[in-house]
Design a protein around this ligand. Structure first.
Ligand code: SF4
Length: 331
């Protein structure tokens, strides 16, 4: 067996210690004919340190589009010509969406807003929405509302927000190439705030923004250093009107190697398929990733792009004999 893989087997599978930056890079550089061994090892690691269960989550946007930030991959930025208009969702719709998500078997429901950070109007809507959901639907509530102040983080934790999503998006050394309106350090600071308030941290990445393999490995190491409970892995889906609209998709094999390498860097983390997987991997690739380190999915539609119908993902999990994780006792 390839030396990179035998070291990873001993260290990650045997001892539960994630790969470091150089070791992740070695995995990303493995030849394509070693990809199936890499994926098989990542699957063994996932089964050993996380188990066979798959965590299913639905997301809903309470405020879509019109964001003042300029993340070059995002159709919700108000600075580009992307055809996403600013829309606010009301509380009844929010509760209906939480109920529909729970009916798929999902255990997490994430309320998302396209903002730099929440203002008082958004905080009050979230306050009301969470109270309404918790009163009637049995599901964990997560939020993704941008950068937080310490007081906002404390309030969300007190409201019972189970998990907070704030992505690092890309490597620190590449970040200013794709975002100029805030810094990687600001994002990192919100992630630390979330942890300090005792909420679970969901901190994701977008692969394929033009970063090098070295920077991809850097990102894996920076994520591992934050020790997040969950990492949603997105692949760039180039959106019309954004600066990355003409950017090529990540090659499918490369995407699968990335999934496996991130699993080996983060043996105990929930590694979730997020946006762009349908386009980058297709159905066959999606299954390969589920057998290569992924242990969570987002069902239904993403924020501005269509996903697969929830039912077809649930069927795939049944075929793969992967049980849906039951709702934990954290409500
Ligand atoms: S990624 Fe978030 S912060 Fe950046 S433009 Fe999109 S909604 Fe705004």
């Amino acid at each position: 067996m390839n030396n990179t893989l035998s070291v990873a087997r001993r260290q990650v599978l045997g001892e539960g210690r994630g790969l470091d930056q150089q070791q992740v890079l070695a995995c990303l550089n493995l030849p394509d004919d070693a990809a199936s061994d890499l994926l098989a090892l990542a699957h063994e690691v996932r089964m050993r340190w996380c188990g066979p269960e798959v965590e299913v989550e639905g997301i809903v946007s309470v405020k879509t589009g019109g964001c003042p930030e300029d993340c070059h991959f995002c159709a919700q930025s108000g600075r580009f010509t992307s055809p996403v208009r600013s829309v606010w969702l009301d509380i009844d719709d929010l509760v209906a969406s939480a109920r529909a998500t729970a009916a798929t078997g999902a255990t997490e429901f994430c309320i998302v807003a396209a903002v730099r950070g929440p203002d008082e109007r958004l905080m009050s809507q979230v306050r009301e929405g969470i109270a309404a959901i918790r009163a009637t639907v049995s599901i964990n509530v997560a939020c993704s509302l941008g950068m937080l102040t310490p007081a906002q983080a404390a309030e969300l934790a007190a409201m019972g927000v189970h998990r907070y999503n704030h992505n690092l998006e890309t490597a620190r050394s590449y970040f200013d190439r794709v975002v100029t309106t805030h810094t990687w350090q600001e994002r990192h600071a919100t992630c630390e705030l979330v942890r300090s308030q005792g909420m679970e941290l969901c901190c994701g990445a977008i692969i394929g923004l033009g970063e090098t393999l070295e920077q991809r490995a850097e990102l894996a190491a920076q994520l591992a250093a934050l020790d997040p409970d969950e990492v949603p892995l997105n692949f760039l889906n180039p959106r019309p009107g954004t600066p990355l609209s003409e950017h090529p998709l990540v090659d499918g094999k490369e995407a699968l190697k990335t999934i496996a390498a991130f699993r080996l860097a983060l043996p105990r983390t929930v590694l979730r398929y997020a946006g762009g997987r349908e386009l980058t991997l297709g159905d066959l690739g999606t299954r390969a990733g589920m057998l290569g380190g992924i242990n969570a999915i987002i069902v239904g539609n993403y924020l501005t792009t269509l996903g697969r119908p929830a039912g077809s993902d649930i069927e795939m999990l049944t075929e793969l004999k992967m049980p849906i994780k039951a709702l934990s006792g954290t409500l």
